[in-house]
Design a protein around this ligand. Structure first.
Ligand code: DHB
Ligand code: FE
Length: 284
């Protein structure tokens, strides 16, 4: 596919992800005792790994340099969300007895307060996005008994047909392919967007060197990101994938779950359509 915009570099998307994350108010009411227990286990685990592999001084200095580079490239959000977030997501899902729609990782490219869109809408997109195969995505947000939740919000954000996200790759309008869809009285939504391309995590920086060093690949399967909210119900952060899509069974971020794979209906004009419903657990 033709290159219609400057290729983003790892340093560029990394530093944007880091700058955005710095604006998020982070806070945890972890006790001193619990924090210390975690720190101690991390240190013990690192020590054990160093012992197990008899790590040399040269190797130690290479590690130190790599950690410095990850910081300088702003790649901590990228690296952590690719290699650790799926474990955190699983822990926090398994801790509750949720039965509603499964969650998945948020990743580094969520931006809050995307423009509100009505239940029937088209995502904000450029002419070049309109030329890509369209995706008609519809469904209903319900409680666990199947009652529609009117006025629920479905925040949708995804990469474009070249695999790039607005606000993180250069030259894309601010809210391109980002929106907060408000469901109708019955909890339904019906949105026209495009089928995103698989996403390659920026690999010309230290996260890429890391992947190369173990002979891995930097690809995530094509995916839609969603955050579904309604007062009184558990908020769901998730992703949806496409059946048969490249890397669906080999995601660098280990974030695919079978329940989250869409089976698209292909139309003769190249577009596709799918219905996916979200069931929200009551907030406990
Ligand atoms: C990364 C990017 C994504 O779009 C995503 O969903 C998860 C992780 C990343 O580059 O780290
Ligand atoms: Fe993503």
């Amino acid at each position: 596919m033709s290159q219609t915009q400057p290729t983003p570099t790892a340093q560029d998307s990394g530093s944007k992800a880091t700058d955005k994350f710095k604006n998020v108010q982070v806070h945890s009411d972890t006790s001193k005792e619990r924090a210390f227990a975690i720190y101690k286990d991390v240190l013990d685990a690192l020590g054990q790994i160093a012992q197990k592999h008899q790590v040399t001084y040269d190797e130690y200095r290479v590690l130190k340099n790599w950690l410095i580079q990850i910081g300088e490239y702003g790649e901590w959000p990228l690296w952590l969300d690719v290699f650790l977030e799926h474990e955190i997501e699983k822990i926090n899902y398994d801790r509750h007895s949720y039965v509603g729609t499964k969650g998945s990782i948020e990743g580094p490219y969520y931006v809050p307060n995307a423009p509100k869109l009505p239940a029937q809408c088209e995502m904000p997109m450029r002419d070049q996005d309109k030329a890509a195969p369209a995706l008609f995505f519809q469904g209903q947000v319900t409680d666990l008994e199947g009652n529609g939740l009117g006025g629920a919000t479905v925040e949708l954000w995804h990469a474009d047909e070249e695999g790039y996200y607005s606000q993180f790759a250069p030259g894309i309008p601010e809210w391109n392919l980002r929106g907060t869809i408000v469901t109708d009285e019955e909890g339904r939504y019906d949105v026209k967007t495009l089928r995103p391309a698989p996403y390659q995590i920026p690999h010309d920086g230290p996260t890429g060197w890391f992947i190369e060093s173990y002979g891995g690949h930097p690809w995530r399967p094509a995916h839609l990101h969603l955050m579904v909210k309604h007062p009184g119900y558990r908020e769901i952060t998730t992703q949806l994938y496409f059946k048969g899509g490249d890397y669906t069974d080999n995601d660098v971020a280990t974030a695919v779950k079978p329940e989250l794979i869409l089976d698209l209906q292909q139309e003769s004009d190249g577009s596709s359509s799918v219905t996916y419903n979200f069931a929200l657990d009551k907030e406990s």
